[in-house]
Design a protein around this ligand. Structure first.
Ligand SMILES: [Zn+2]
Length: 321
């Protein structure tokens, strides 16, 4: 258990990962279908190739092997994930997607001491609020995950207020992805949903909901900071390679990003995540190592480190550590 020495006794919780389900391929097909409807077959093909090149580039940068072609049952995959966490010395992982709410709930039941998960269903469907209530009360999921960038309607639409009301009633956190989408060619289906500030009115109307914006805003750093500045219920997750930094019109790297985030948002609203999913990579130890190294190198005290890598997540997930 290599992790324990590296983490200096930290019980690391990964707040943001995706369970690589057996039905993941179906998901890819339906996402592709949505793109085809919008951009046509030929253009979609080009977008997908571009996305594949992006993925390859990222893996090369971090030395990750490509996702294995082998398809395992969810049961086997869950056991592989649990073993991977133990081997790498990581306490717990929160899967924000996993082949639908029922499916993910079954996976979590297999290793409740290692896994938690979020509901993930279309927020614009008529029964979204009821589905969320069911997912939290009956399936014991701990929050709700939305990809704003892939919604066709702006996420501050009044028609989805019942969903926010339900989340507030259930006292759950909501993870909302804004900005560029790493996979799928990086496009959004409604440009307003790229910008975290689109959440401003909702965050003000529902100040008791903790909203977590992943990947430091994925390219919308200034907007994210403005949102955090005015809304104390906005949290930020650090997950993924954060390769959007390369496309900023100013010099930025992970160390500067952490420094700026600590100085503005502070350690109480920053949450470690890895955005891990597939094997053979499994839990992405490289991201954890890099982020921990940075936090220690900028002189962050151990108490704050504990919050970012463990306690803030535990609090939002309502679990003991
Ligand atoms: Zn993710």
């Amino acid at each position: 258990m290599e992790g324990h020495t590296i983490f200096n006794g930290l019980k690391v919780i990964d707040f943001h990962a995706h369970f690589p389900t057996a039905n993941w391929l179906d998901w890819r097909v339906s996402w592709r279908q949505r793109l085809v409807e919008r951009y046509g077959e030929k253009n979609t093909q080009m977008l997908m190739e571009q996305s594949a090149r992006n993925g390859e580039e990222m893996r090369k940068l971090w030395g990750f092997k490509p996702p294995e072609p082998e398809i395992r049952s969810d049961e086997e995959q869950a056991s592989k994930w649990a073993t991977d966490l133990i081997e790498k010395g990581v306490s717990r992982v929160n899967f924000v997607t996993g082949g639908g709410n029922e499916n993910l709930a079954t996976i979590i039941k297999q290793y409740p001491e290692k896994f938690t998960g979020f509901a993930h269903h279309n927020i614009f469907s008529n029964d979204a609020a009821i589905k969320l209530e069911y997912a939290v009360k009956k399936l014991m999921l701990k929050g709700y995950k939305i990809i704003a960038s892939s919604q066709r309607e702006p996420i501050d639409e009044k028609s989805i207020y019942p969903v926010w009301e339900m989340a507030e009633k259930l006292e759950i956190p909501i993870l909302i992805h804004f900005g560029i989408l790493g996979g799928g060619g990086g496009m959004a289906l409604d440009l307003r949903n790229m910008n975290p500030l689109t959440l401003w009115e909702v965050a003000k109307m529902f100040p008791r909901i903790p909203f977590v914006i992943p990947h430091f805003g994925a390219g919308y750093l200034r907007e994210l900071l403005q949102l955090c500045w005015s809304c104390p219920n906005i949290y930020v997750d650090t997950s993924g390679s954060n390769r959007w930094m390369r496309w900023m019109p100013f010099e930025i790297n992970l160390k500067l990003l952490f420094r700026k985030a600590i100085e503005t948002i502070g350690p109480n609203r920053l949450i470690f995540g890895s955005d891990s999913s597939y094997f053979p990579r499994g839990f992405s130890l490289s991201y954890l190592r890099e982020q921990l190294r940075i936090c220690r190198s900028i002189g962050l005290e151990e108490e704050s480190i504990e919050k970012i890598f463990q306690k803030n997540a535990a609090k939002l997930l309502k679990i003991d550590v």
